[in-house]
Design a protein around this ligand. Sequence first.
Ligand SMILES: Nc1ncnc2c1ncn2[C@@H]1O[C@H](COP(=O)(O)OP(=O)(O)OP(=O)(O)O)[C@@H](O)[C@H]1O
Ligand SMILES: [Mg+2]
Length: 453
Amino acid sequence: MSTLRRKFVCQKCGFESIQWLGKCPNCSSWNSFAEEIESKQKLKSSRSKLENSRLVNLKSIDKTIDHSNLRFNTGFDEFDRVLGGGVIQGSVVLIAGDPGIGKSTLLLQVVSNLNEKVIYVTGEESIEQIKFRSTRLKIKNENLFILQETNLNNILHIIERENPKVVVIDSIQTIYNDLLEGAPGTIGQIRECTTYLMNLAKKENIAIFIIGHITKDGLIAGPKALEHIVDTVLQFSGEKNYSFRILRAIKNRFGSTNEIGIFEMHTDGLKEVANPSQVFLSEREYGASGTVVTPIIEGTRPILVEVQALVTPSNFGMPQRVTTGFDYRRLSILLAVLEKRLNYKLSQHNVFLNIAGGVEIDEPSADLAVCAAIVSSIKDIPADSLTCMVGEVGLSGEIRSVSNLETRIMEAEKLGFKKTIIPSQVLRSIVSKSKIEIVQCKNLTDAIKEILE
Ligand SMILES: Nc1ncnc2c1ncn2[C@@H]1O[C@H](COP(=O)(O)OP(=O)(O)OP(=O)(O)O)[C@@H](O)[C@H]1O
Ligand SMILES: [Mg+2]
C-alpha cells in the first residue's frame, strides 16, 4: 500500500482536489492550485514523536547561546549591511531579481572570501560556465565547491555528507523533488524544495542562499509563497541602461528592511559603491531647468538624488502624469497644492517626473524638491545647481519637518553644496559648525523663490 498521497491545494483558500484545476470551485481564483504530497505514515506517527518536543525556558536559552558567533561576515560590506550586519548561521536568504541582473555574479563574489566550506549548487549553468565566470571575477577560493545537480534529494544528501557552512542554490526554479509530478519551477515544486532546504539549514546550522527569478508580473515565482518560508528576502534590481545595481531587503527576520546596498557592474564583477551620492549625481546636467537635488535617507545612510521634472502644455483634455521612482498619488497631491496655493495651471500641462539613477523615493521629504523641479520646468528657469532642498509639503503649501535633518545637511555639505533649503524646525548643534548656508522656509512660495532666484 502506498504511503504517499498526492493532492492539489488552492494556495488562496486551502481547497483540496485530487486533480489540478484551473479555477478554484471554492474561492473562484484562477491558476491557484499547487501540488502537495502527504505521507499517511508520517501523519499517523506524528503523535508518537511528541516526547521529543520539550518546553525550554527563555532565560536558559540565553545562557547557552554565544551571540558573537551567530553572525559571520562575508567580507562584502554592502551585502553584510543589507543583511543587518552579516549572515546569520542557519538562515535561508532568498535573492530575487530579473534575469541577467547579476544574481549569480553577486553570490559567487559573496562566497569568494569565505574561509569555510561552501557548496555552490548550479542547476542552470555547467561547471565550465561557472569556472569561466569565476576566472573573469578573479575568484581563487580553495574552499568553494561546485555541484551541478537539480534533484533535491541528491542535493540534500550531498549537503548532509559534506557539511558545508554556506550553500548557494542557483536557482530554485531548476530544482525538483521527484516525489512531485509537477515540472521544476511550478509553485508546488518551489515551495516543497524551499521547505526542505529551510529544515536542513536549521538542523545543520548552514546558511543557505537561494536564487529566485522574478516572473513577468514582478512577483518572486511562487506568488509570495516563498517569501513566507524563508528568513530573509533580498531584491537585486537595477536599470538595464545603468551599471548600478541596488540590493534591498524586502523581508528580514534578523535586521532592518530599510538598508540598501549599492553596487556597480564592471567586467571583473560587482564593485561596492561607498559614496552613492557622488554616483547618482555624476551625470547631472548643470544649468538645465527642471532638476533639483534632495538628500533622502535610505536605511541609515543619507543619499543625494536628483529629481527631474518636465512640464509640457497638454493639447488634449486629459493631461498626462508619468512618474518613475516617485509615488504617483503623492505627485497628484503636490500638483493640486501647486495649482491651488501657487496658481500654476497644471491641469493644462503634462507632468513627467523622474528620479535619476533608478532610485525609488518612498518618503515625503522629497516633496519640496519635486515641487521646485516642476516650477523650474514650467518657468524654464534652472534651479541653483549648488543648492539642495528637503522638506515635506502640506496641503496648504506649508513646509513640514523631516527626520534626520542634520545627517542630510552634512551629506550635502560633504558633496560640495553651498546652500540648503530646509523646514523651519529646531536643529541640533552639530549643524552650527557646518559651512553650508542653511535657509529655513515656512512655505512653498518662499522656498521656491530661494532656489530659482
Ligand atoms: N564580460 C563582461 N563584462 C561586463 N559585464 C558582464 C560581462 N559578462 C557579464 N556581465 C554582466 O553580468 C550580467 C549577468 O550576470 P549573471 O549571470 O550573474 O546574472 P544572473 O542574474 O545570474 O542571470 P540569470 O538570470 O541568467 O541567472 C550581465 O547582465 C552583465 O551586466
Ligand atoms: Mg544566474
